[in-house]
Write a protein that binds this ligand. Structure first.
Ligand code: LRH
Ligand code: MN
Length: 397
C-alpha cells in the first residue's frame, strides 16, 4: 500500500511528465521481410494527427507529435500551414522535426558525410528547410539522425567524413533561432554495417559540442551494443548538460523498436532514476525531450502507443518514489545493499492505483486502454481507411 506522501510524489511527477508520439508509429511499417498491413493504419498526416489526438485524449500526457519531414510534409515548407491546422484541430502541437537524409537515391554514399560536395550541399539544404519548417510550426527541436556510413573496410575515409559532418552541423546550427535546439542521435549500425559516421554517444557529443551551444545529444534506447550501460551514458550527458532527449523503445537484440518496457522495464526505470536523482541533487529540471520511436509491425498501432504511454507513466512514477536523501547518504557510506534497495523498493511499488487517482482527479479516463476500446474510434477509422490500406504494397522487394 502506498503512503499519502508517496501518492503525492507520484501526482507531482506525473503533472510534469509529457512524452511525444512519433507520427510514423501510426503508419504501416515493417521489416525488410515485408510489412503486415493494418486496415486502420494511418497513411496521411491528417490521419496520424487524428490518431495521436485519440491517444492524447485517452492518456492526457502526449500533447506533441514528432514529424518526419518527407513522410509528413512531402511538400516541404509549403505544407507547414496545413500541418499547423491539423495540430490545432486535434488539440495537439507539432513536436520535433526529423529531416530525412537517408531515403533519397542521392544519399547512397551518405548525406553530410558524402564525398560528393553537391550531395553534402543538398543534405544541408534539406536541414535548412527543416529548420524553417520548425520555425513555422513553432516547434523547438530539430531531431537529427543520419544513416551515413559504409559497408566494407577501406571504402570510405572516416576522418574526412567526420570533418564534413562537423562542417555541415555547424552550418545548420548557425540558422537556429530563439529557443531552437538540434538533437544529434547516434546509432552503432544499420543500415550501414561496417562503419556509421555517428556511431556512439561520444561521437554525437563531440559533434554537438563543435556545432554550437544549441546542439545536444539524443539517446535512442535501441541504439546501443548489447551490455552497454545506457544509464551511465545518460548520467554523463546530464552532468555535461548535453542531454537533449530520448527516443524510447525496447529491444532484445538490436534496434528492434519494440514497445517501451516490453523486454526490460527496469532499464527504463534506471534511466528515469538517473534523471530524477540529478534533478533532486541540482534542484533544477533537466531540459529533456521524452519521445517515443517505435514501429508497431504486429500490434494494433494505437493500442501499442497507449500501452507505451501508460508504461512510461508507471516507470516514471516508480522512479519518483526513490528516497533520494536516503540514497545519497547510503551511496556516500557505500552501504551497497541498502542503497540498491532504495531503487528496488521503488521499482517494486505498485503505482497503478495512484495513477488511476491522478487521472480521475484530472478528468481523464481511469484506464486509457478501456477508454479507447469503448470509444468506437478503431471501428470508425477501420471503416474509413480499410479500402485505401488494402491497395498498399506489403512486400519489401
Ligand atoms: C533510426 C531512427 C531515427 C528515426 C527513425 C525512424 O533508427 O531511430 O530516430 O528517424 O528511426
Ligand atoms: Mn530514433
Amino acid at each position: 500500500m502506498m503512503t499519502d506522501q508517496q501518492t503525492e510524489r507520484v501526482a507531482a511527477a506525473l503533472d510534469a511528465f509529457q512524452i511525444e508520439l512519433p507520427s510514423w508509429g501510426f503508419a504501416n511499417t515493417g521489416t525488410r521481410f515485408g510489412k503486415f498491413l493494418q486496415p486502420a493504419a494511418a497513411t496521411s498526416t491528417a490521419e496520424k494527427f487524428a490518431d495521436a489526438g485519440e491517444v492524447h485524449r485517452c492518456t492526457g500526457v502526449c500533447p506533441t507529435v514528432a514529424l518526419h519531414v518527407l513522410w509528413d510534409l512531402p511538400g516541404g515548407v509549403g505544407d507547414s500551414a496545413e500541418v499547423q491546422g491539423l495540430a490545432a484541430k486535434h488539440g495537439l502541437r507539432a513536436g520535433s522535426i526529423n529531416p530525412n537524409t537517408f531515403q533519397d537515391q542521392i544519399y547512397k554514399y551518405g548525406s553530410l558525410g558524402n564525398p560528393d560536395a553537391s550531395v553534402r550541399r543538398a543534405a544541408l539544404d534539406h536541414l535548412l528547410d527543416s529548420i524553417e519548417i520548425a520555425k513555422r510550426l513553432e516547434s523547438r527541436d530539430l531531431s537529427l539522425w543520419f544513416a551515413d556510413g559504409s559497408n566494407y573496410p577501406g571504402t570510405q575515409n572516416m576522418r574526412h567524413r567526420r570533418r564534413w559532418f562537423e562542417e555541415g552541423l555547424r552550418a545548420a546550427h548557425q540558422s537556429l533561432t530563439g529557443t531552437q535546439r538540434m538533437l544529434v542521435e547516434y546509432k552503432p549500425f544499420e543500415p550501414a554495417f561496417y562503419h556509421t559516421d555517428i556511431a556512439d554517444w561520444g561521437m554525437a557529443l563531440m559533434l554537438a559540442q563543435s556545432a554550437g551551444p544549441r546542439a545536444k545529444v539524443l539517446v535512442d534506447t535501441g541504439h546501443h551494443y548489447q551490455g552497454q550501460n545506457i544509464e551511465q551514458i545518460v548520467a554523463w550527458l546530464l552532468d555535461l548538460d548535453m542531454l537533449g532527449g530520448f527516443h524510447f523503445n525496447d529491444r532484445r537484440y538490436a534496434d528492434d523498436d519494440l514497445t517501451m518496457g516490453s523486454i526490460d522495464p527496469y532499464q527504463v526505470f534506471r534511466i528515469f532514476h538517473e534523471i530524477l536523482h540529478f534533478e533532486w541533487e541540482t534542484g533544477r529540471r533537466a531540459d529533456i525531450a521524452y519521445m517515443i520511436d517505435q514501429s508497431h509491425n504486429l500490434k494494433g498501432k494505437i493500442e501499442a502507443m497507449i500501452q507505451t504511454v501508460t508504461t512510461a507513466m508507471e516507470l516514471y512514477a516508480k522512479a519518483a518514489l526513490v528516497d533520494h536523501e536516503k540514497l545519497a547518504s547510503l551511496q556516500t557510506r557505500c552501504e551497497l545493499v541498502d542503497a540498491e534497495s532504495c531503487l528496488k523498493d521503488a521499482f517494486s511499488t505498485d503505482v497503478r492505483p495512484a495513477i488511476v487517482e491522478w487521472r480521475k482527479a484530472r478528468g481523464l479516463a481511469a484506464d486509457p486502454m478501456t477508454a479507447f476500446r469503448e470509444s468506437g474510434y478503431l471501428g470508425r477509422i477501420t471503416a474509413e481507411r480499410a479500402e485505401k490500406n488494402r491497395s498498399m504494397v506489403s512486400s519489401y522487394a
